[in-house]
Design a protein around this ligand. Sequence first.
Ligand code: SF4
Length: 190
Amino acid sequence: MLSQHSADINSFPAFTSLKERWPTYPALAVASLADVTATIKNAGLANQKAKGILASLSHIREAFGDYTLEPLRQMTVPEALGFLKSLPGVGPKTAAIVMCLAFGRHAVPVDTHVHRVSMRLGLVPDGVSADKAHNLLDAQVPEGKAFAFHVALLDHGRSLCHAQSPKCSECPVCTMCRFKPKAKVKRAGS
Ligand code: SF4
């Protein structure tokens, strides 16, 4: 939640500050909104994020009797994603990150890189929202490959398939790409 719309260089120190000030979730849950907002200010949208964090902690305690997400292990993936997305400030990407990275379940996190590369490779329709792309990619990616798929497309988006000026001449999957037909021709003939 802290990293939403924020670079790692800003959100990581905010997370460290939060954990130093309140090492446990019960301690954080009774902190004031003003204190939490001030502590995470480097992450940006601090007031909005602090409200979401505190409200989510309250919601989780109410649902599960403790500050834990362990009961999600007993749920189906759609049920667990539904619960996570019901938390204030938690959308499809954050929910999928929790399911995929924390629980090793089948949910593909779609960040800006995964979204862009998926469209360029024709895995999802052009112009589809990142939110809708989650369901489309979950259905296509083989069970057990969600994390590997996420990391592969993330790496590709960061290293070659940039939003502006992608390095198509170096792309190992250019023949699959429908975004840069000239690049495909150039590579095929090179
Ligand atoms: S050919 Fe270019 S636009 Fe297409 S996937 Fe490769 S780097 Fe991205």
